[in-house]
Design a protein around this ligand. Structure first.
Ligand code: ATP
Ligand code: LTN
Length: 327
């Protein structure tokens, strides 16, 4: 069975970009794959987090994964910091990745820009991500378009490690989305919708109420022209709406675009489609939140599974490098 691995940071409220670009795809993964999904809390603390919010969000994130349709009987769902092998292998990855390589990461450049304090962890973040992936002998990594460069780095590091120390890691493939690869901010449609940027009106939360969703789409930025067509460079706002509507209703962008001549109906239909898309997820989320013990039990089982799979891989890597076996 092909091993699939992916992770999401509990760094803010999840939005429809996370759902369409990641969570929904995870739930739609081939049932014959062996999937491991991780809540990457150690990645979240590369920028300052309020401890109480981080705790709450980690649990919220687990419930959102489950509400999106992941079946805990079939997949492994766990919290990164519950499996110390991640930080241990991350050190080996830091010693295999180069300073130059890490300096070229665009996410680091974007996230470190305009910050008074830039942690060393933010810089070495992709080495921890490579460790996450390689620890599970992962073959496929479903991620959004924004993670393409980090995946390339994970592949390069795996190959370098293998050629230095002998075959140790499987070199993973990124699986990029075909639809809604990059959902853009409704107010600033040239920026991606992101949970850590302050744009409440431009970001549609997975747990937003229907009325709020309707309002946000009604106010979405379009342009002064009035032609409905898909052209990301010339019409980023309208193209974003078309791409959201297409993804939410599982249709092609062309098919969706041909149905509209005015912005008003496009906005209201996109809002309605997103409300319908999220309705069952929100209902399931409410049920899961009412039973925190059940979620804890799923995460405990997930961590145990994850430890079992990752321990031999870590041992293999330690031995390859020449670290003495633990007494
Ligand atoms: P942050 O702003 O804290 O970096 P984020 O919103 O970018 O957060 P991540 O935790 O980095 O979210 O990403 C989780 C998953 O969601 C990744 O697979 C990522 O590629 C995907 N994703 C994030 N934002 C979008 C988006 N706007 N459109 C499509 N996919 C997205
Ligand atoms: N960096 C990713 C989150 C992430 C991840 C991973 C994704 C951490 N480790 C391993 C896939 C595989 C992000 O910000 N979306």
């Amino acid at each position: 069975m092909a091993r699939v691995f992916s992770g999401i940071q509990p760094s803010g409220d999840l939005h429809i970009g996370n759902y369409l670009g990641a969570l929904r795809r995870f739930a739609r993964e081939d049932p014959d794959s062996d999937a491991v999904f991780c809540i990457v809390d150690l990645h979240a603390i590369t920028v300052p987090q309020d401890p109480a919010s981080l705790r709450a969000r980690t649990v919220e994130m687990a419930n959102l994964y489950l509400a999106s349709g992941l079946d805990p009987e079939r997949v492994t769902l766990f919290v990164q910091s519950h499996v110390p092998a991640h930080t241990e292998l991350a050190w080996l990855m830091e010693c295999t990745a180069s300073f130059g390589e890490l300096s070229r990461m665009t996410q680091f450049k974007e996230k470190s820009d305009h910050r008074d304090f830039v942690s060393a962890g933010l810089f070495t973040y992709p080495a921890l991500m490579a460790a996450d992936i390689l620890l599970y002998d992962t073959e496929r990594v479903p991620v959004g378009d924004d993670q393409r460069q980090h995946l390339e780095l994970a592949r390069d590091v795996a190959q370098r490690f293998n050629s230095r120390y002998g075959e140790t890691f499987i070199v993973p493939e990124a699986v990029l989305p075909t639809a809604a690869a990059r959902v853009m901010d409704l107010q600033e449609p040239t920026n991606k919708m992101s949970k850590s940027t302050e744009s409440p009106q431009g970001t549609v939360g997975m747990l937003d109420e229907p009325l709020v969703i309707e309002k946000k789409f009604k106010r979405a930025v379009t342009d002064n022209d009035s032609e409905v067509s898909y052209d990301v460079a010339a019409k980023p706002g309208v193209s974003n709406l078309l791409s959201i509507l297409a993804a939410a209703t599982d249709r092609s962008i062309d098919e969706v675009a041909s149905g509209y001549t005015q912005y008003g109906p496009l906005k209201s239909d996109t809002a309605a489609a997103v409300i319908e898309l999220l309705r069952p997820v929100q209902a399931r989320y409410a049920e899961l939140s009412a039973d925190p013990d059940a979620t804890q039990a799923i995460l405990a089982r997930g961590a145990e599974n994850a430890r079992e799979v990752s321990t031999p891989v870590l041992e293999r890597a330690r031995e390859a490098v020449g670290l003495l076996p633990r007494p």
